[in-house]
Design a protein around this ligand. Structure first.
Ligand code: ZN
Length: 145
C-alpha cells in the first residue's frame, strides 16, 4: 500500500507543478483497470440468483446464503437470510432434529410450489441464530448466473 501513497504523492506534485510523469499515468491506468475488473467480478457474484425449479421465479441471492449444510427430510437444504417472491403459510410448531421450532411453510408466489420453511422461533438457545431466516430445499431451486 506504500506504493499507492507514493503514486498519490507524485500525482499531487504533478498537479501542482503541471508536469506529467509517464510512470504515474501508467499506474493510474492499472488502478482503473483493476477497479473495473473487481467491480465487474463483484457484480457477477452479486447477481447470482436462485430461482424456483418449476417456474424460474427469482427467490434468493447467492450472497444471502448463511449455510449450505442443512438437512431436510428430502435431502440437502440451504439457509438464507433473505428470500423474495414467496408466500408464507400459517405458523406451526415442528419438532426438528435440532429441537422444537415455530416455523411457517414457504411457497413460490408464482406457481405455489412449497419450497421450504421460515424459522419464526427457536426454543433452544443454540438454535436462535436461525430465527427470521429461511430454508429452501436444494432440489427445489435452480442457480442462475
Ligand atoms: Zn415457482
Amino acid at each position: 500500500m506504500n506504493m499507492v501513497k507514493w503514486v498519490v504523492a507524485f500525482m499531487v506534485i504533478e498537479e501542482t507543478f503541471g508536469i506529467v510523469c509517464w510512470f504515474c499515468s501508467w499506474q493510474v491506468t492499472l488502478f482503473f483497470l483493476s477497479d473495473l475488473k473487481n467491480s465487474s467480478m463483484a457484480d457477477s457474484v452479486g447477481t447470482r440468483l436462485y430461482s424456483c425449479f418449476k417456474c424460474q421465479n427469482h427467490l434468493a441471492r447467492h450472497d444471502d446464503i448463511v449455510s449450505k449444510n442443512f438437512q431436510s427430510r428430502s435431502g440437502r437444504a440451504f439457509l438464507f437470510s433473505h428470500v423474495m417472491n414467496i408466500v408464507l403459510g400459517p405458523k406451526q410448531e415442528r419438532q426438528l432434529i435440532t429441537g422444537l421450532h415455530t416455523i411457517v411453510d414457504v411457497y413460490c408466489n408464482d406457481c405455489g410450489e412449497i419450497l421450504g420453511w421460515k424459522y419464526e422461533k427457536a426454543y433452544e438457545e443454540s438454535q436462535r441464530y436461525k430465527e427470521g431466516k429461511f430454508i429452501l430445499e436444494k432440489y427445489k431451486i435452480d442457480m442462475e448466473n
